[in-house]
Design a protein around this ligand. Structure first.
Ligand SMILES: Cc1cc2nc3c(=O)[nH]c(=O)nc-3n(C[C@H](O)[C@H](O)[C@H](O)COP(=O)(O)OP(=O)(O)OC[C@H]3O[C@@H](n4cnc5c(N)ncnc54)[C@H](O)[C@@H]3O)c2cc1C
Length: 398
């Protein structure tokens, strides 16, 4: 049986970020990912490293500020993986959010970004509206342009995992965690590898970074440990074989209160996302016909040259990811996106992470690190993650 101080279960952006931060802080770290690093939720996001302009509407000011700080940090630490891109918000005669509201929101966004260069915004001159690739001009009053970030989500995750590996963490793909026994001083953990061989490990701390499967892992804990009540909210994307816009379009849905993005992605147009509450933990989430209809209807509403039937033929890929949100009534759209770090006095060796954002993975990792230090004491750090640039493409895991 192998020994490690910290076993991270789950190799999405959250697990990779925790492994990197803990290894940099001088701990002995092992990570088990049952499938592919960055292959689940962290491969199926909207790929934005953003402050989250729309969270201002639900009053999540501190979340937006923190995300804007992370955007700034990631633009510096991972310049070949995170780039600033222009975002465009069209305002029509009948838009729910008028020009004054948008300008106020963007001004606050700029202030929260501490007026750094990527905080600035402008009204796009009418002469440039044609660059928005066929966006309907009927009733169009203004187009605001501001800046946010874009990334390659799974590559970012793999780069962070590679960085953890370079700091000495033992990163294992294809190893599934099957059972955790919380003992008096350590956790005994068992699992299996891709060939079905048993794998065992003794860890002072287990970090449960299983994303939507966070409570699924807790069901494997002895003595019994009950997880937090959560909703699983599926978000779907469609990749259309249409020449992409020059930047990201931020479109108000005409069907509900939501916002949908049109994102340039690998030479094509990515459209997303939806919010479909699932009734149970996801097994193999798939895009539903209703989600497809919803996204195409919104695209067709703004790009009136396209018939829905023609658009449907241009779908080259459908993918979805599942968020964990605290269980609550009402629409998922307005619910808090804050990450919850959960531990229980009865199981001091297990820390679980609920929710979070790609943009905020470094913040989540530091929050978990604070709890690690409380449990295991401080170690001599071997690197400072605030100065650690992510490895260039040729040095990353494939
Ligand atoms: C549709 C959608 C769009 C989003 N868009 C954005 C965005 O644009 N910007 C942004 O900042 N955030 C975005 N988010 C949020 C962000 O993508 C997620 O918060 C983040 O990717 C979650 O990462 P994670 O590591 O928690 O989960 P995951 O990436 O799902 O990783 C969990 C891992 O745990 C592994 N695992 C599970 N059980 C076990 C086990 N028993 N043993 C071993 N391994 C196990 C899984 O295989 C998986 O790889 C979006 C989320 C969704 C759903």
């Amino acid at each position: 049986m192998g020994n490690t101080e910290i076993l991270v279960v789950g190799g999405g952006i959250v697990g990779a970020g925790i492994a990197q931060a803990a290894a940099a802080a001088g701990y002995q770290v092992t990570l088990w990912e049952r499938a592919t690093l960055g292959g689940a939720t962290s491969a199926n996001s909207s790929k934005l490293i953003h402050g989250g302009l729309r969270y201002l509407e639900s009053g999540q000011i501190s979340l937006v500020k923190s995300c804007l700080e992370q955007r700034k940090a990631l633009l510096k630490l991972a310049p070949d993986l995170v780039q600033a891109v222009p975002f465009y918000i069209p305002v029509y005669q009948d838009s729910r959010r008028g020009a004054v509201t948008i300008a106020a929101g963007l001004s606050l966004y700029a202030m929260l970004a501490e007026l750094e260069p990527h905080g600035r915004f402008q009204l796009l001159p009418k002469s440039q509206w044609a660059t928005l690739q066929g966006l309907s001009l009927q009733g169009l009053k203004h187009v605001f342009q501001y800046w946010d970030g874009k990334t390659h989500d799974s590559q970012l995750t793999r780069a962070v995992a590679a960085s953890a590996g370079a700091l000495g963490a033992n990163i294992l793909e294809g190893v599934s965690c099957d059972a955790i026994y919380q003992g008096a001083r350590v956790c005994q953990v068992s699992g299996h590898d891709g060939a079905g061989n048993p794998v065992e490990c003794r860890a002072s701390l287990v970090i449960n970074a299983c994303g939507p499967w966070v409570n699924g892992l807790l069901e494997r804990v002895t003595p019994k440990l009950v997880g937090l009540p959560i909703d699983w909210v599926q978000g779907s994307h469609l990749l259309l074989d249409i020449e992409p816009p020059a930047g990201v379009l931020y479109l108000e849905s005409h069907l509900d209160e939501r916002v949908v993005f049109v994102i340039p992605w690998e030479g094509k147009t990515l459209l997303g996302t939806t919010e479909t509450v699932l009734s149970a933990e996801p097994v193999a989430p798939t895009v539903t016909p209703a989600e497809e209809d919803y996204l195409l209807a919104i695209y067709g509403h703004y790009f009136t040259d396209w018939q829905e039937s023609a658009l449907r033929k241009l779908i080259v890929q459908r993918f979805c990811g599942v968020r964990v949100l605290p269980k609550a009534m009402g629409s998922a759209f307005g619910r808090s996106r804050e990450t919850i770090i959960h531990s229980s006095g009865s199981h001091p060796g297990i820390i679980s992470v609920y929710g979070g954002k790609l943009t905020e993975y470094r913040v989540t990792a530091q929050q978990v690190l604070t709890q690690i230090r409380q449990q295991l004491g401080t170690r001599e750090a071997i690197a400072d993650v605030d100065r650690l640039t992510l490895p260039p493409a040729e040095d990353r895991l494939n």
